[in-house]
Design a protein. Sequence first.
Length: 352
Amino acid sequence: FDVDKVQSVREIREIAENKLSQNASLYYNCGSGLHEQTLLDNELAFKQYRFRPRVLRDVAVRDMTTSVLASKVDLPFGISPTALHKYAHDDAEPAVASAARHLNALLVCSTFSSKSLEEIAESAPKSIKWFQTYIFEPRDITLNLVKRAEKAGFKAIVITVDHPLTPKRPYKYKYTVLNNFLPELFFGNFGMGDDTEPFNASVTWDDIDWLRGVTALPIVVKGVLTPDDAVIAVQHGVHGIWVSNHGGRQLDGAIASVDALPDIVAAVEGHCEVYVDGGVRHGYDVLKALALGANMVFIGRPPIWGLAAGGERGVRRVLEILRDELSEGMALTGCAELSDISKEMVVKKTYR
Ligand code: FNR
């Protein structure tokens, strides 16, 4: 098959499923909990929104360029941090980075990458990259990673805050790690999914204050689902709030992230940027999230499917498909610029 001819994310997912080992497929695709309810809800929630298109507004040329934390990118959607790309393809994270560079799209690298953050940065030196990590215990582990990310040219630090621990997930899969850690800092190897866990359940907003004091890079908190926490995040001086339920892999039964978005956008009142991920599978989903007030939308699993289906070209294809669908959707809703996309353009199918 020719990955360049694939026409939808769904199709690329099917190709990926035929190539992934059962273990890898479970690892990448599963949610948490008995029912994986939030995993399903993330996708379903987008379908509850309907467009209210505008007409006769000259949409012959559509501009999708935007800026995010003062960096210019060509697309209003980027790649969420996801762990361990080597189980999808030998080329792993550098292939994803290079696909993102090709489209000048924002890439967020996971701390739990199969290749070191330096190697990933070198594979796409000029493109805009952020580094995602956690507040580890001791904090020096985080500090060390943040300093390495600064040196490697990452433009922001994303702290994932929805992960005090790894909840039960419905399937058993095995994986070992890792790359980014100096063994002396991390007590040697650990295996996620086994008994030992690197996650720290005692993290508080004080740790965010600490982080602000040790890095000049902008800080984004990823995993906020309520306006209350969004307001606290603003009070603690974060530069971005990333509305997310970790792709349905943390609290099962949590609200779908796109449903959490509008209230958070309203509560933040423009004091910082707001992003969203979870369940985006089509360019129209991106359009809906932008209409609901997101400054940037992220995709987690689709790039992994692209990577599994066709390495770097597969990831590129995913980005191109979403870009072209978004462009089509902008034309049909009367938007030549991203700034033309407004909240009046979507309505939720609701019983209210
Ligand atoms: C993730 N996610 C994630 N998040 C994070 O902050 N650090 C990480 O290392 C990972 N790892 C990870 C692995 C895998 C296999 C998945 C599927 C997800 C969550 C990710 O950043 C994002 O929030 C979700 O994937 C978004 O949902 P969709 O687009 O996958 O539906």
